[in-house]
Design a protein around this ligand. Sequence first.
Ligand SMILES: NC(=O)C1=CN([C@@H]2O[C@H](COP(=O)(O)OP(=O)(O)OC[C@H]3O[C@@H](n4cnc5c(N)ncnc54)[C@H](OP(=O)(O)O)[C@@H]3O)[C@@H](O)[C@H]2O)C=CC1
Ligand SMILES: O=C1O[C@H](COP(=O)(O)O)[C@@H](O)[C@H](O)[C@H]1O
Length: 373
Amino acid sequence: MALSCMRCPAGAAARRAAAPPLSPTAAVSFARCGFGRSAAGGGCWRIQAVAPQGVKAPMDANVKNAVTPTTPPKVENGSPSEITLDEFEDLSGLSKNDDSTVSITVVGASGDLAKKKIFPALFALYYEDCLPKACHFTIFGYARSKMTDAELRNMVSKTLTCRIDKRENCSEKMDEFLKRCFYHSGQYDSEEHFIDLDKKLKQHEGSRVSNRLFYLSIPPNIFLDVVKCASKSASSVNGWTRVIVEKPFGRDSESSAALTRGLKQYLVEDQIFRIDHYLGKELVENLSVLRFSNLVFEPLWSRQYIRNVQLIFSEDFGTEGRGGYFDSYGIIRDIMQNHLLQILALFAMETPISLEAEDIRNEKVCAMLQQQL
Ligand SMILES: NC(=O)C1=CN([C@@H]2O[C@H](COP(=O)(O)OP(=O)(O)OC[C@H]3O[C@@H](n4cnc5c(N)ncnc54)[C@H](OP(=O)(O)O)[C@@H]3O)[C@@H](O)[C@H]2O)C=CC1
Ligand SMILES: O=C1O[C@H](COP(=O)(O)O)[C@@H](O)[C@H](O)[C@H]1O
C-alpha cells in the first residue's frame, strides 16, 4: 500500500522534536497465539509492537518526560468518532427539516451481516433519535431473494434488540421502525431493477429533498455492478447520494486501488464511506478518550514509558461457516490489516489537530509510516 504522510500537525512535530533521537522505528510483529476454547479454529491473533532498542521503560530510572503536553482534542459526548459531528447531524438533523428525507438501501439484505449487524444498528440509531422522524426516513432491503415487505420485517425483527440503556418503549419503537422497512427484489447488475427501486423510493420521498445511502452488504466482486446501477438509475436527483462499502476493500494493494478506481468511475471520494466496524466498538472509541483527554495517561503515552504493546484478537468459537472464505481470502486479510491495524494506528498515532476524519486519517498514516513490519 502506498502511504504518504499528508500533514503532521505542529503539535505532533513538536513532540517528535522534543523526544530523544529516534532509533528508526517501532517493530511490529504478528503471531498466532494459543487456541481458544474451540479446537476448530477459534483462538487469537496478536500484534506485538516493541519499542525501539535502548528505550527505557517506565520503571527505568532517570527517564525525563520529554513529551510536550498538547491540548486534548474536542470530544463530543465523551465519544470521539471518525464521523464528524457535522456529518452525524446530517442524518439526525434531517428530522428538523420537513423538506428532506433520507432513504437507506441495504444491498444484500438477505445476508448474514445485514441481519446480524446492519438492521440492529439502524434500529439503535432510530431508537436514539439519530434518524429523522418516522415519515422522513425509509429503509429498503435489496437482494435477489424473493421476499415480501412482511417477510423482511419478520426476518429483521428476530435480530433487533433493545440494547440501549433506557429500554423505554422499546417494542413500540421496534414497531415504528419496522413499518419504515421495505423490500425490493432485484439483480445486482440490472439497471432496470434499480429503476424500479428508484420508483419505490420516490413514492416514499414524495416531493421532498431526497438523500440516499446505499449500504453494500454483499460480496466484493459485485460492488461495482451495484454502484454502477445505483448511481445511474437510483441516485438522488436533488440531495446527496452516499455509498457505504464493507470490507474487504480488495485482497492486496493493487486490487484495493483497482476497486477505488472502479468506484470513482461513478462516485467522488466524498460519497464513499469505507466502514471498519471495529472503530465503532466502545473499547476502541474509548481509546481516544483515554489517550487524549486523560491527564494521567496522556503524558505517559510514549515510547519512553511503554516498552511493549500487544493487541490480541480472540474469538471463542471456530470458523463457523467461514472456512471457504478463510481458505480463499485468508484470516489475516479478514481482521489483521484492517481491524487490528486500525487499533494499532489509533494507539500509536500522535494527537490529531481535530477529530475530523481527515485529521485522524492523516495521523494514522504518519503512525503507520513509522512501523516496520
Ligand atoms: N458477516 C459478517 O459478519 C461480516 C461481513 N463482512 C462483509 O460484508 C459483506 C456481506 O457479508 P455477508 O452478509 O456475510 O455475506 P453473504 O454471503 O451473506 O452475502 C450477502 C448477500 O449477498 C448475496 N450474495 C451472496 N453471494 C453472492 C454471489 N456470489 N453473487 C451474488 N450475490 C451474492 C446474497 O443475497 P441474494 O442471494 O438474496 O441476492 C446474500 O444474502 C461481505 O463483503 C463480507 O465480506 C464484513 C464484516 C463482517
Ligand atoms: O469483520 C469481521 O469481524 C468479526 C469480529 O467482529 P465482532 O464485532 O463480531 O467481534 C470476525 O468474526 C469476522 O470474521 C470478520 O469478518
